[in-house]
Write a protein of this length. Structure first.
Length: 131
C-alpha cells in the first residue's frame, strides 16, 4: 500500500525515511512505475549512503522495468562487484527484453551463466531464456 509509506514518512527520522523510500521504490518497481521508483531510490541514496550498493541494484531493477538498458548498466556499475554480478545479471537481461531485444536478453543470460561463480546462479541464468 503506497499510501502507508506516505503516512510513515511523517513520523520518521533520516534512517527510517531512507528505509521507507527504499520500500516505496521497491513497491513502485513492482507496480511498473519506474520513474517514481527511481525518484524514491535517489532520495533513499542520500539518506542511506551505507547501503548504496543495494540501492543501486534496486535502481537497476526499476530501470529494467522501463527497458532503460543504459541506466541499468550505470546502476550495476555503481553497485560494484561482486554484488552486480551476483544480483544484477537477471536485471540486465530483463532490461533488454523490456526494450524489445529478446535475442540480446538470451545472449546476456547465457553469457552470465558462463561468468557466474555460484552453481545456483549458473543454473538460473541458463534457464532464464526459457521463462
Amino acid at each position: 500500500d503506497l499510501a502507508r509509506y506516505a503516512r510513515e514518512a511523517h513520523r520518521a527520522g533520516d534512517r527510517e525515511l531512507g528505509l521507507i523510500q527504499v520500500r516505496r521504490g521497491r513497491a513502485l518497481t513492482v507496480a511498473g512505475d519506474a520513474d517514481e521508483a527511481l525518484d524514491a531510490f535517489r532520495s533513499s541514496l542520500r539518506l542511506l549512503p551505507q547501503i548504496a550498493d543495494w540501492i543501486h541494484i534496486f535502481s537497476a531493477d526499476a530501470a529494467a522495468v522501463a527497458g532503460d538498458t543504459a541506466l541499468v548498466r550505470k546502476q550495476l556499475a555503481a553497485a560494484g562487484e561482486p554484488l552486480a554480478t551476483r544480483k544484477g545479471w537477471e536485471t540486465a537481461a530483463r532490461a533488454l527484453e523490456a526494450a524489445g531485444d529478446t535475442v540480446g536478453a538470451i545472449r546476456w543470460a547465457l553469457a552470465a551463466a558462463g561468468r557466474a561463480g555460484c552453481v545456483h546462479t549458473r543454473a538460473a541464468a541458463r534457464t532464464a531464456p526459457s521463462r
